[in-house]
Design a protein around this ligand. Structure first.
Ligand SMILES: Cc1cc2nc3c(=O)[nH]c(=O)nc-3n(C[C@H](O)[C@H](O)[C@H](O)COP(=O)(O)OP(=O)(O)OC[C@H]3O[C@@H](n4cnc5c(N)ncnc54)[C@H](O)[C@@H]3O)c2cc1C
Length: 383
């Protein structure tokens, strides 16, 4: 068993770390409060130029083909500086990976360079609906065959980056008579297709600089060539690709948790009470020891899932374990950090208040903690 990274992986992590420290972290508080989309998108473009929108995409399509461990390392570093930027990066990579995994050569040639180069800023992953969240098989968005085209009608909720995405991967029912989950297909839909309406961004608790929108498809005509993968096999695609996405969200949670604990660690070393630094009190030292130990365990679970993925082994259960553990421990870390700062932790003048809000969603999106446990238990109990 080797606990070492390749030179390329270390270089990618270091590039992400530098970008995070120099570009993301100084702007994170401002973007959270002001929602300055121009500046936010400028950061996304810079990240694309550094290769971060196609970390696991082949070089022939404009990616850097660095693998899942590099992806995890990069997302963690970006999230240390700005969770909103990290989620846009993570989801866009997931969209690119769906296209790389099941797209035909025309689709890959057309879309992947636009995503990797930042021409599209982002890709949107359109799965959730108002009545189909944890249970996406309950979706009602339909794609009806009409001559050489499909007509898509329905509405997708909570879509990350929708208002600046160039392309959507959209799941829709193509065989309403099939058993649940068996009649769903996946489509590549350009964001400027007639019939698409994108609602104003949700007013969220955290990760406020990243837009989350409803996307309505009103009789949206797409050519048959927009079908991604095989007809009626879309549900399998969603389940498979979400597993990869969960490595991204777990890594993102880890980055937020580390940012919070690093800040709190520095704070208790300089803050004096009872005539000495807070860091002298053993009760607080144990809080640090426990949270850093948990975050390190999260990192190892994420690396294990990434290694299985890169080796072509089954990794969905590992990814769920990593996601549920990393996101829950990162939430604990942010709450501990807030406690360590006392009243200052509750003030918007300090970054911990934002990190507590930013980390909260990580146990919810790309499958809640409960759904990760369903996936893990199902695997444990199978014959
Ligand atoms: C900021 C944000 C960004 C998002 N981005 C995207 C995106 O880009 N693309 C996309 O498609 N979706 C996106 N989502 C949607 C997200 O994935 C869903 O919100 C999530 O999967 C949960 O679905 P739900 O909100 O409908 O909750 P529900 O499914 O209604 O669940 C409510 C509660 O019930 C629990 N529950 C449900 N079923 C079970 C069960 N069988 N056993 C035990 N407990 C259960 C859940 O764990 C949860 O605690 C985003 C959401 C947010 C808030």
């Amino acid at each position: 068993m080797q606990f070492s990274f390749s030179e390329e992986e270390l270089m990618i992590e270091e590039t992400a770390r530098q970008f995070s420290i120099n570009q993301l972290q100084p702007n994170a508080q401002y973007l959270d409060h002001q929602g300055d989309q121009v500046q936010f998108l400028a950061q996304i473009k810079q990240l694309a130029e550094l290769g971060f929108m196609g970390i696991n995409i082949d070089e022939q399509y404009g990616g850097i083909g660095a693998g899942s461990a590099a992806f995890s390392l990069a997302i963690t570093q970006l999230a240390r500086g700005c969770a909103a930027t990290a989620v846009t990066t993570s989801v866009t990579n997931m969209v690119a990976e769906v296209i790389q995994a099941v797209g035909n050569s025309d689709q890959k040639d057309h879309y992947l360079p636009k995503i990797c180069s930042g021409e599209f800023y982002a890709g949107g992953f359109c799965l959730t609906e108002s009545n189909a969240g944890s249970d996406p098989s309950a979706m009602v968005t339909q794609a009806i065959k009409s001559g050489d085209d499909f007509i898509i009608s329905g509405s997708k909720l909570f879509i990350t980056s929708a208002q600046y995405a160039g392309v959507f991967v959209v799941w829709a029912v193509t065989d309403p008579n099939a058993p649940r989950g068996k009649g769903i297909s996946c489509f590549l839909v350009d964001a400027d297709t007639a019939g698409i309406t994108i609602s104003p961004a949700e007013d969220k608790m955290g990760q406020k600089a990243s837009a989350t929108n409803e996307v309505v498809f009103n009789q949206c005509k797409v050519p048959a060539s927009a079908l991604l993968g095989e007809l009626n096999q879309g549900f399998k695609i969603a389940v498979t690709e979400l597993a990869g996405g969960r490595i991204g969200i777990g890594s993102l949670a880890l980055g937020i948790g580390l940012a919070a604990m690093d800040y709190a660690k520095a704070y208790i070393k300089q803050r004096q009470q009872f005539g000495q630094p807070l860091a002298n009190f053993q009760g607080l030292q144990w809080m640090l020891a426990d949270r850093y130990t948990e975050l390190e365990a999260a990192r190892l679970l994420l690396m294990q899932a990434a290694a299985y993925k890169d080796q072509g082994q089954p990794y969905a259960t590992s990814a769920s374990m990593a996601k549920v553990f990393a996101s829950e421990k990162a939430n604990d870390a942010c709450y501990t950090a807030l406690q360590l700062l006392g009243g200052a932790g509750y003030s918007k003048e300090y970054p911990i208040e934002r990190l507590v809000r930013d980390v909260r969603i990580t146990t919810i999106y790309e499958g809640t903690s409960e759904i990760q446990r369903v996936i893990i238990a199902r695997d444990l109990l199978k014959d």
